[in-house]
Structures are given as C-alpha cells and as structure tokens.
Design a protein around this ligand. Sequence first.
Ligand code: SAM
Length: 299
Amino acid sequence: MDKPQHRVAPGIGTPKRTQEIIKRYGFTFKKSLGQNFLIDPNILRNIVESAELDETKGALEIGPGIGALTQQLAETAGKVTAIEIDNRLIPILREILADTPQVEVIHGDVLEMDLPALIARQFAGCSGVSVVANLPYYVTTPILMKLLEERLPLQHIVVMIQKEVAERMASAPGSKAYGSLSVAVQYYCEPKLVCTVPHTVFIPQPNVDSAVIKLTLRSEPPVAVSDEPFFFRVVQASFAQRRKTLANNLTAFVGKEHREALVGLLEGLGIDPGRRGETLRLDEFAAVSEALLKENWIH
Ligand code: SAM
C-alpha cells in the first residue's frame, strides 16, 4: 500500500521551529503539566519507527504539546488521535496541524477519559492501535497503569519516560531496580529499552535523563493468576520493606498469628523464606499468591 499523501508542515521538532512556534503564539511552559518539548528529529524518528506503524494502523498520543511527535506519527500511521490537557495548546495544534486531516486533537485529561470508548470510536477500521507518547513525567506511572489495567486493545506502548522509571520497568529479578512496578509491567507486557535520551534535547530541559521504552502487550499474562487484585497486593506486600526478607514482609501482610504456617507454605513451594522479594520471578509470585488465596488469611 502507498503511504498517505498529506502535506505536512516543516518539522516541528527542531530547536529553531519549536522556538519560532513558542514565540509566535506567546506560549509559556507549565512545569506543573510536565511540559518538556522534544527538539531532536532523530529521536522522534526512533520513537515512531519503534511503534511499527503503517497506514492501516492507529496511533494514540498522550500530550502532543505543539505537535512535534504528532506530525511524525501522521506521516506513518493512518489515523492519529492526540489527547492534550492544556487548553492553550488546542488552537495552536489545530492550526499547525491543519493540513493533516488524519490527526484529531482532543482536549482533556487522559486519566479522566473513557479510553475503551475513545479507542473504539477513533480507531474503528484500523488493523491495530498503539500508544506513542513523550509522557509528562509527573504522571507517567498512573497513565501507564491505567493503559495496562484497563486491558486496552493495544499492540505497543512506546513512550519516553524518566530513565530511572524505564529501567525499573524493564529490570529482571535480582537487580536493584526490580520492584512492584517491574512485576506489574512484565505481567501485562514484554518491555524493551529502545534508547536513553539526554536531558539536553528538550525545551525546557528537565532535571533528569530520559529513555524510550517499548512495551509489547501480551495476549495473555505469562502466569496463571486466579485473583489479579490479590496477586498485586501480594507483590506490593513482598516489596513493602526492601531490606526485609519475604517471610517478614509477608508476615506483616497475613498477620503474626500465621507466621509459622506462612514459612511452611513458602518452603512447600520451594521458596526460601529468607529470600528478599526482589529475587522472586513472576511465576514465584503467582505461586505464593495462589497458595495464600487458598489459606483465607486475608480478607
Ligand atoms: N509530545 C510533545 C513533545 O514530545 O514535544 C510534548 C510532550 S510533554 C513531555 C507532555 C505533554 O503532556 C504536555 O503537552 C502536557 O501539557 C501534556 N499533559 C500533561 N498532563 C496530561 C494529562 N493528564 N492528559 C493529557 N495531556 C497531558
């Protein structure tokens, strides 16, 4: 199939064009909304390429800013919907992207939106939908957990986030960065770090470095869990105090009166109660969760 033939304004994501646009519209950045605009065309290209889009696919962008990434997505995807919370940016985006009819800008807070309905409405007829975004750092985890927990029909989530958070999402058991966020993300997806990004490629520059992470949604979780909320409570409890052993953290969860039985339960599963939560694999957390569920110690 041919690429969509739409006229696109000259690249927004360069230092010069971004400064021009900011000046022309008298735009002032709101730190409270995590506004750090990307001004590196190579990184923009890298993000879009990682999302494996084509003209049959849809891209949902969260936080388009002045449209640097939106514009690149429009060149590759068949349909782009961009959700922006800052009402000052809506007329700017509509004007800058006026020649790209495949882009629709929606004003709102992504955390408040009915995303299953929005995806069904915006991307009917697309062969697949991916989220592609340079996320506002102050709400990265809530946004990603919303996307994952709502089990949205997504192929990939390719996002620029804080480097340290990306490392936590992609880290393996036994590593320092491994925690409840790693388990949650890896339960729903296969994470892959695409690249790290210095803070110098944004206007204004954030205080921290960033990374692009690609999350490929799993069709099914890699482990069988009969009660997901309970599984995640067990995971949280296992990491409650990182320096404590699994037995100690889980005793605080199930109650002191069950400590002896808990130690026996872990040993029965072949899990040393003296291990720390950060060494447990997903299948081990699932086994602990299933066994605890049967005991009925927690209500
Ligand atoms: N995509 C642009 C880029 O790469 O240059 C801007 C990225 S900037 C890091 C994050 C954007 O998300 C800002 O435009 C900000 O206004 C918007 N934003 C912040 N919180 C949001 C929310 N809850 N829902 C939707 N957009 C949000």
